[in-house]
Structures are given as structure tokens and as C-alpha cells.
Write a protein that binds this ligand. Structure first.
Ligand SMILES: Nc1ncnc2c1ncn2[C@@H]1O[C@H](COP(=O)(O)OP(=O)(O)OP(=O)(O)O)[C@@H](O)[C@H]1O
Ligand SMILES: [Mg+2]
Length: 257
């Protein structure tokens, strides 16, 4: 059973400390939600886990499959089975969705078996169609350039498509719900729920209880000022919805002292 274990993680951005000691473990089979006010470091955590060069780790470790992944390049982390759905996915003009997915799948297969010749194209096409149908995506998407001119909702759906095709062991979804209309939200959530199971661990970063009605988390964590100050079950998100974050601020101050 794989787990992603974040230990005392401190991260600077432009010489300012943003993450101030994050501890969090996400195991395969568990769904965790990470919530917290704007600018508290949630996306910083996601980018750091994926190895974005702007995020400088000054202290701490992140363990996955027996390795401190902070020592690995971003693509090596992905090949190991970590997946990040971005808050603002970038467009890759010139690379179609299908080609991008096939290259990514083949890169992972090669890690598992250096002799692998890549996924046979008919098998790939069949899988892609099946997943696109389940996400109610038009098949023409497969030949469009990745995220190029995609609407906000289409980008989010494309992220879930990638997740479904790549079958990561741990997925981090940064605000995959923002900008989705109610139907798209349901489709994306259903997509995640279909993938949910003993082989997948998910960290859902969100501001809203709404998506958690569809993707019921096993654990909810609240980040304030670069630290996780409270953890609980699904009811913690409901409590937040009702009471906001103020009741936690004292707690955060105590932790600083
Ligand atoms: N590349 C960067 N350059 C400068 N500051 C940055 C950079 N990335 C993050 N920060 C700063 O780090 C802090 C945390 O940002 P982060 O995006 O992690 O917050 P967040 O919790 O994801 O917020 P939101 O809920 O609004 O998405 C913010 O003050 C932000 O301005
Ligand atoms: Mg963010």
C-alpha cells in the first residue's frame, strides 16, 4: 500500500516562507480534503509536491514508495504514480490530448517494465473512448491541443480525463471544482468517485463544501498561514461552512508561539 507522507515541510517562495511545517499523510484508498482561506499555502503545497522550480524547500521531507521525492525531478514523481490536477492548467499548443495521454501512459509503463513497447494504439483508443464517454466529453476533444482554448469547465474535465487514463496512486486536485457549473461539477465528481477505490489516494483542495457533497472525504484538514491547524472527518467541512475560519485563528496563533 503506497502512501504519501509529508513531514515538517517548509517552503519559501521568493525568499518568503509560505509553508511553515506541514505534516500530512495520504494513503491509497483514502480521500482527504484540504481547505483554508485564500493565500494560506494550499496551492504552494500542491506545486511543491510536483516539483515546481519556484518553490524552494528549506526543511522537511516527502516520502513516497520509499523515496524522498523532493530529490526527484517532476517527471520522475509523475512516473512514480503521483498526479497533480492544477488550479490553472496550462495549454500545450501543438500537443493533442490523445498524444499527450499516450506519451504519459507509455512513460509510466516504461518505468514499470523497461522492455515495454508502449500501449497498443487500438487498446489506447478503446480506453480513451470509454473514459471520455463516462465524463460525457465529446470525442473530438482527443484531437484538440491540450487545454488550448478549452473553457474553464472543459479544462477541469480534461484533468479528470488525465487522471482516469494515467491511474495514479496518489492524486492531488487543486480546486478542480472552481468554475464548474452544477452539471459539470457532478460529472467531475462522478469521474473521481468512479476512480475511487483501494488503489487511489486523493487530496482534494477546495474552498467549498459543495464538491464534498459529491466526493465524500474520509478526512478534512484546514490550513491557516502555512500550517495544518485542524483535522477531522467530513463533518469538519460542514462546521466550516457554518462558522467560517475565525474560530481557528486563535489556534493558529498558539501554534506559532
Ligand atoms: N510564484 C509566486 N510568487 C510570489 N508569491 C507567491 C508565488 N506563489 C505563491 N505565492 C504566495 O504564497 C502565498 C500562498 O499562495 P497559495 O497560492 O499557495 O495560496 P492558496 O492557499 O492556494 O490560495 P487560494 O485559496 O487563493 O488558491 C500567497 O501569499 C501567494 O501570493
Ligand atoms: Mg490555490
Amino acid at each position: 500500500m503506497s502512501e504519501l507522507q509529508i513531514v515538517d515541510l517548509h517552503v519559501n517562495v521568493n525568499d518568503r516562507e509560505i509553508l511553515k511545517g506541514v505534516n500530512l499523510t495520504v494513503r491509497q484508498g483514502e480521500v482527504h480534503a484540504l481547505m483554508g482561506p485564500n493565500g494560506t499555502g494550499k496551492s504552494t503545497l500542491a506545486y511543491t509536491l510536483m516539483g515546481h522550480p519556484n518553490y524552494e524547500v528549506t526543511q522537511g521531507e516527502v516520502w513516497f514508495k520509499g523515496q524522498n521525492i523532493l530529490e526527484l525531478e517532476a517527471d520522475q514523481r509523475a512516473h512514480l504514480g503521483l498526479f497533480l490536477a492544477f488550479q490553472y492548467p496550462v495549454a500545450i499548443p501543438g500537443v493533442s490530448v490523445a498524444n499527450f495521454l499516450r506519451a504519459a501512459i507509455n512513460a509510466r509503463r516504461k518505468i514499470e517494465n523497461p522492455e515495454d513497447k508502449g500501449i497498443p494504439i487500438p487498446e489506447f483508443r478503446k480506453q480513451l473512448k470509454k473514459v471520455m464517454d463516462s465524463l460525457r466529453m465529446d470525442h473530438t476533444f482527443a484531437s484538440r491541443y491540450l487545454n488550448d482554448g478549452f473553457s474553464g469547465g472543459e479544462k477541469k474535465r480534461a484533468e479528470v480525463l488525465q487522471m482516469a487514463m494515467l491511474r495514479p496512486e496518489i492524486a492531488i486536485m487543486d480546486e478542480t471544482d472552481s468554475g464548474l457549473d452544477i452539471d459539470a461539477l457532478r460529472i467531475v465528481a462522478e469521474g473521481v468517485n468512479t476512480l475511487r477505490g483501494p488503489d487511489l489516494g486523493v487530496l482534494v483542495i477546495t474552498h467549498y463544501q459543495r464538491i464534498l457533497n459529491y466526493i465524500k472525504p474520509d478526512f478534512v484538514h484546514i490550513m491557516l498561514d502555512g500550517r495544518i491547524v485542524e483535522s477531522g472527518g467530513a463533518d469538519l467541512a460542514l462546521h466550516l461552512e457554518e462558522h467560517g475560519y475565525d474560530w481557528l485563528k486563535n489556534k493558529a496563533e498558539v501554534m506559532v508561539r
